[in-house]
Design a protein around this ligand. Structure first.
Ligand code: EPZ
Length: 426
């Protein structure tokens, strides 16, 4: 569980790759593993399989240990056991990643109390948690913010039995679901997020005995009078649709063909339909997709939206691909207010991108030129890897910890496909 080893890497060197033939297996979803780890606070013994070992999940395991849980990680399975001995999430861990906010819901669902740090924003936006707090206020919780910590105490009974989010928020929805485990009886949530990772958490909570049904963006949540089931919960993390999408983009540029395995095609409908629009040929099977590169790719227009719309987490990867498409593409980023930082880095490599507010206009160029660049956030770093693979000359991506937060063994996976990428320390 040594995240220090991953943090010791400072850069990734990426050499041009002419073509990729072969197959790659996608890891479990980071953004599902994180709420599931928070949910492991709700019961005595949990085993998660298809668990992705990467910076954010290693940080989350450290937090669970700090809260009193015993952790046993072997390969891509992790066992979490024991009782909670503290409800305070340590600042030095929670400030490292946004997903730590999920321990607010996990602790409240398990104990009715929580002390978590105000999660820092990050480069893609201010990342407010007003909706998380508005939900807790509606329940009648005591909430105080003291020296950077949010201290919350739930009432014995909720003041309301329904709540409507003003904004569709993934971790806001997940925190509400985790918290509601605390109260017996029925609760209705409206305007919820429906990302596959939210559904994966719902499947886990059902194994604890919670009855959950939903209609559109409304959820009916019911905890039976005798509370949660006891005993071990075994759960397999869903495939990471964003890692899968990232490899599909690489296949669109270099695949001859590239087979991306262990994915859930239904989670990738918006991404697949946009890939078809750029002109690539895809063979979709039950749990894999084969992608054949297309030259030149066609320029397109895309807008990010909450699931099942086009995922904001795939926007940067598409921008790298569209920077060498034929024609002018337009990307509208509707979710985060500052999620175009990769555009500046791609421009260093010769991309022709103009940013106007939440709109990026990408004029396709013949080729990109390798250069030293900085990763600014997780998916931006993925876009720079993609750009480096198709550029002429070598690219060095600094601040590479951003990439290692959300992609498991990305260097090994790319090199097994015949690419040449190397993590470096000095
Ligand atoms: C989750 O972040 C993901 N992270 C993000 O993935 C993903 O980009 C995002 O959902 C959108 O799909 C995890 O699941 C750990 P939001 P989250 O709350 O929950 C506004 C990655 O690369 N908002 O759905 O923090 C917010 O500002 C990461 O893996 C409020 O206004 O995102 C944003 O504009 C990056 N008030 C929009 O809603 C709130 O209280 C969506 O944010 C909460 C959110």
């Amino acid at each position: 569980m040594d995240y220090e080893k991953l943090l010791s890497f400072k850069y990734l060197k990426v050499r041009p790759c002419k073509e990729i033939k072969g197959s790659v297996s996608v890891s479990g979803a980071k953004n599902s593993a994180l709420p599931l780890l928070a949910a492991s606070l709700l019961t005595e013994e949990v085993e998660l399989t298809n668990f992705p070992v990467l910076l954010d999940t290693l940080y989350a395991l450290k937090i669970l240990q700090a809260l009193g849980k015993e952790i046993a990680l072997s390969g891509n399975s992790v066992r979490i056991e024991g009782k909670i001995s503290s409800v305070k999430v340590p600042f030095e861990l929670s400030s490292l990643f946004r997903g730590s906010i999920l321990f607010l819901g996990g602790l409240l669902g398990a104990t009715g109390k929580a002390e978590v740090t105000y999660p820092g924003g990050c480069s893609i936006g201010s990342r407010p948690i007003d909706q998380h707090l508005k939900f807790l206020e509606a329940l009648g919780a005591d909430i105080s913010v003291e020296s950077g910590y949010i201290k919350v105490k739930l009432p014995s009974e909720p003041a309301v039995r329904e709540f409507t989010f003003d904004v569709i928020t993934v971790t806001g929805t997940e925190n509400a679901l985790l918290t509601l485990v605390r109260f017996k009886g029925e609760f209705e949530l409206h305007n919820v997020a429906l990302e596959p990772e939210v559904i994966d958490l719902i499947e886990f909570l059902k194994k604890l005995g919670v009855e959950i049904t939903f209609k559109g963006r409304s959820i009916r949540f019911y905890v039976p009078p005798n509370g949660l089931k006891k005993g071990k919960v075994l759960h397999k993390v869903i495939p990471d649709r964003i890692e899968a999408g990232t490899f599909l983009v690489i296949g669109a540029l270099l695949g001859n063909p590239l087979k991306v395995k262990n994915l859930e095609p239904n989670h990738l409908e918006a991404v697949i339909s946009k890939l078809k629009e750029v002109g690539v040929k895809l063979k979709i099977q039950k749990d894999s997709v084969e992608v054949y590169r297309k030259e030149p790719l066609k320029a397109i227009t895309l807008e990010t939206a909450p699931y099942p719309g086009f995922p904001t987490d795939m926007q940067a990867q598409f921008m790298a691909m569209l920077s060498v498409a034929k024609g002018v593409s337009v990307i509208v980023e509707n979710i985060f207010e500052n999620r175009f930082q990769h555009a500046l880095e791609l421009s260093r490599m010769g991309a022709d991108i103009e940013i106007k507010g939440k709109t990026a206009v990408i004029r396709g160029v013949k080729k990109l030129i390798g250069a030293p660049v900085n990763a600014t956030d997780l998916r931006a770093s993925a876009s720079l890897v993609i750009a480096g693979l198709i550029a002429e000359g070598e690219t060095t991506i600094y601040k590479i910890h951003h990439l290692l937060r959300g992609y498991e063994k990305i260097d090994e996976k790319l090199n097994s496909l015949g690419c040449e990428v190397f993590l470096g320390k000095t």
